[in-house]
Design a protein around this ligand. Structure first.
Ligand SMILES: [Zn+2]
Length: 373
């Protein structure tokens, strides 16, 4: 992950006062930002501004599609506006979950969040939302395509593991896209390139194959049963809850009701169980990640709403805040607020581990040592 650029040389000196949260049970009473970086040593240079409150490492959204909107890829100005909305919500690190647009230019923009790209998500024709994914005609092409996307991205590859199969007519329902042996080979191909794999999955039927293949993350995973959850806990495979997305399942069910009643019934049941599902994951010890799924049908900048949904589901606010900040930064290999780390942080008027709602009105958002809000 790149540090501050040359612009940091004339960056302001900031004094952070209050509670600087660096990690679980790791706090400091004050810190400074000098040259775009955190220091706990009082600088000789005069302070340009004092920011007071609860200081947290910048928020992380691990399921966010910069460069994608309802109809597919967007132009650069639109992608920039998406990234700005994420940034202004306190999200200073994004792992995208697949984008049809090449957003590698974001890396050079000092005022936009740091971005970990997953390349173009991989699916099959007619087996995902139109214009979103790279569609492979033959399932046998998956391992080679995964290797290509791994080289194109920033260490992640995104697979679409299941979707409605409309060719089944009135029996149309969620079905896996890839045979087990292809998944095994595809995940191995990503790992050989040094990339990790995460998979979109709503269905129950995909999960054992994905876990057998050794995926590094699961998106939604609404079809998980107790056995799958135990496997995730044992192997440390995290799940991005995307509760704002799952909240739409009722509407999706209503749209599909007439033609695909089985599919509609399944989506409706998962919608009804969504809070219990996230509680079950958490109670079993599965790492539950914060992801808004912004960029398809959902807007950008909704991280606080997603966190509020996770709290509504019954997760402790302190766990949700840790997942949205330092713990997931560590999991992605990104810095937090240790000595010398880039100053990517939010300043809040109260402790969000008591009430995540305070994240909705930050006192300041500092990116690469500069105040952006
Ligand atoms: Zn998504």
């Amino acid at each position: 992950m790149a540090g501050p650029g040359p612009a940091a040389l004339d960056a302001p000196v900031l004094h952070l006062r209050g509670t600087v949260v660096r990690g679980d049970e790791d706090e400091a009473g004050q810190a400074w930002v000098v040259g775009g970086r955190i220091t706990y040593a009082r600088p000789a240079a005069p302070v340009d501004a004092v920011l007071e409150g609860w200081v947290l490492p910048g928020l992380v959204d691990v399921h966010c599609h910069i460069g994608l909107a309802a109809d597919g890829a967007v132009d650069r100005a639109t992608a920039r506006a998406q990234a700005e909305a994420d940034r202004d919500s306190g999200v200073l690190l994004v792992r995208d979950a697949g984008s049809p647009a090449d957003t590698s230019w974001v890396h050079a923009e000092d005022d936009l969040p740091r971005l970990v790209r997953a390349g173009h998500h991989l699916a099959r024709p007619r087996r995902y939302l139109r214009h979103y994914a790279r569609e492979l005609d033959s399932v046998a092409d998956l391992p080679a395509a995964v290797a290509e996307e791994a080289r194109r991205g920033d260490g992640w590859v995104k697979l679409v593991a299941d979707w409605i199969d409309r060719d089944l007519g009135p029996e149309g329902d969620l079905r896996p896209l890839w045979p087990r042996e292809v998944l095994v080979e595809a995940v191995a191909a990503a790992h050989a390139e040094g990339a990790r794999v995460t998979a979109h999955t709503f269905a129950t039927e995909s999960l054992d194959d994905l876990l057998d293949a050794g995926v590094d993350g699961l998106e939604h995973a609404t079809g998980a049963d107790a056995g799958h959850i135990a496997r995730m806990a044992a192997t440390g495979v995290p799940v991005t809850a995307t509760l704002l997305q799952v909240a739409q399942f009722e509407r999706i069910a209503a749209q599909g009701e007439a033609r695909y009643p089985r599919f509609a019934a399944r989506m409706r049941a998962m919608h009804a169980r969504r809070y219990q599902h996230v509680r079950d994951l958490h109670d079993a010890g599965v790492r539950v990640l914060v992801g808004t799924d912004a960029g398809g049908t959902l807007g950008h900048g909704l991280v606080v709403q997603e966190m509020a949904e996770m709290v509504r589901a019954g997760l402790p606010p302190a766990e949700v805040v840790a997942a949205a900040s330092w713990r997931t930064r560590a999991w992605l290999g990104a810095p937090s607020l240790d000595e010398g780390d880039p100053a990517d942080l939010v300043v809040l008027p109260a402790d969000p581990r008591v009430d995540v709602g305070v994240l909705g009105a930050p006192t300041a958002v500092v990116l690469r040592g500069r105040r952006v809000r």
